[in-house]
Design a protein around this ligand. Structure first.
Ligand code: EPU
Length: 422
């Protein structure tokens, strides 16, 4: 199993290119299921979850090919889909497989998708996805661990108000409603930039959508969708950009992030400025300079545009080496402090009480072997390793590979002493 070996203590300097967003790529690959025409996506990140989604789509009979080796352009052809199914073997490795449910049901009138089950960061049910699609006329049974969904004729437009804001739920409804009969109104919709990017792709495919980027999205269903005329470029990954910003805030240095959207990172940038970083945005570049030890910053995760849960672990790592103490509240997932015990192994002072963690910064972390437990937890351990004394080994980095493209190569390009070992 691959590990990362980090020799900490070096500041980060130089330029790094930010990839396309994983959490936009995953629904947008599924959106290709909505048409028989070949859909071309650009800026697709080459990471493990995208490979899993490609496997899932090919397993249904879709043609999915990278334009060339190493290219970030993906050509998807769902004209050849024969089996609208997402089997347990693939879904268990990636919860986002649930994103196939809405488009399959809308285009083929049936879908069989395995229930994702629990995961490291919480129980994460999909009850809202099911409830919303039922409101659109789908008959859904859950049997033998599978969601069996079908609809007589087309899905019908409906008003859907979810109990909580759900990102992939909103995405499933958007895709289903695009091909439904009549009007769908999504109240309490997710406003994440990845949801907006999906809506923009669907509009390019002929969907009639308004209000995306707000909590109320209105979709007028159409009979059929087509391929976008031009390849659709996937929005930059704000979480990858935020992770690099945190790495610089913790380890010090001067880094330009190319291909990033500052307007998608307001809450993260505010917190890092509070921690002492100087951050400037020019066009599609973000530049961060950090020349002092960070100051501890408290924060609370919440839905976009507030501070993202996907950045909680990384900003916690910054707090681990900061001056002072800070309180962190996690409000989205019930069990997203799995990285705490591993950060403590590196010498961090953290106390957890329910959904709150109090971090008291230490001057120096000390390298050790630690274990990644989920994607963003892995990123926090890498950041901690970059500013720890001596050697840190991060084990189980398959978690990191699920959601970051070439993270260690990108960090090495900034001067970090980091290598992949077996
Ligand atoms: N929830 C339910 N029932 C549902 C749906 C959600 O109870 O039917 C609960 C969840 O358990 C959670 C909350 O609602 O407590 C919000 O979950 P949401 O549905 O928004 O999460 P998600 O769509 O499964 C996406 C991202 C996650 C990110 C969350 C929150 C993708 C593929 N995944 O998950 O990304 O943390 O939104 O922003 O878009 C990651 O990239 O590391 C990651 C975990």
């Amino acid at each position: 199993m691959d590990k990362l070996l980090i020799r900490g203590g070096k500041p980060l300097n130089g330029t790094v290119t930010i990839s396309g967003a994983k959490n936009a790529a995953l629904p947008e690959l599924c959106a290709a299921l909505l048409t028989a025409e070949p859909v071309v996506l650009d800026n697709v990140p080459r990471l493990q979850d995208v490979q899993t989604m490609i496997k899932l789509l090919r397993n249904m009979g879709a043609g999915v090919e990278w334009q060339a080796e190493g290219s970030h352009r993906l050509v998807l052809n769902a004209g050849t889909v024969t089996s609208p199914e997402a089997p347990y073997e693939l879904v268990k490795t990636m919860r986002a497989s649930i994103l196939a449910l809405g488009p399959l049901l809308a285009r083929f009138g049936e879908a069989t998708v395995s229930l994702p089950g629990g995961c490291a960061i919480g129980s994460r049910p999909v009850d809202q996805h099911i409830k919303g699609l039922q409101a659109m006329g789908a008959e859904i049974r859950v049997e033998h661990g599978y969601i069996l969904a079908k609809v007589n004729g087309r899905l019908k437009g409906a008003r859907i108000t979810t109990d909580m804001i759900t990102v992939t739920g909103t995405e499933n409804f958007l895709m289903a409603a695009a091909l439904a009969e009549g009007e769908t109104v999504l109240e309490n919709a997710a406003q994440e930039p990845e949801v907006t990017d999906l809506a923009e792709l669907l509009i390019k495919m002929g969907a009639k959508i308004s209000g995306h980027g707000t909590s109320r999205i209105v979709i007028q269903g159409v009979d059929r969708l087509h391929a976008p005329v031009q390849p659709h470029p996937i929005v930059p990954d704000r979480i990858e950009a935020g992770t690099f910003l945190c790495a610089v805030a913790a380890a010090g240095g001067d880094v330009a992030l190319v291909g990033s959207r500052a307007d998608h990172l307001d809450a993260v940038i505010d917190k890092l400025r509070e921690a002492g970083a100087s951050i400037n945005a020019i066009n599609n570049q973000l530049r961060i300079t950090m020349s002092t030890r960070p100051v501890a910053v408290g924060f609370r995760t919440s839905e976009y545009p507030a501070f993202p849960t996907d950045m909680q672990a990384q900003l916690m790592a910054v707090n681990c080496v900061a001056q002072g103490a800070a309180k962190i509240s996690e409000t989205i997932f019930e069990n997203r402090f799995m990285h705490v015990n591993e950060l403590v192994r590196l010498g961090a002072h953290i106390e957890v009480d329910g959904h709150t963690a109090v971090v008291t910064g230490v001057e120096r972390l000390s390298g050790a072997t630690v274990m990644a437990t989920d994607l963003r937890a892995s990123a926090s351990l890498v950041i901690a390793g970059l500013c720890a004394d001596g050697e840190t080994v991060v084990d189980r980095i398959y978690h990191l590979d699920r959601g970051y493209e070439q993270m260690e190569a990108k960090l090495r390009g900034l001067g970090a002493d980091i290598e992949r070992i077996k």
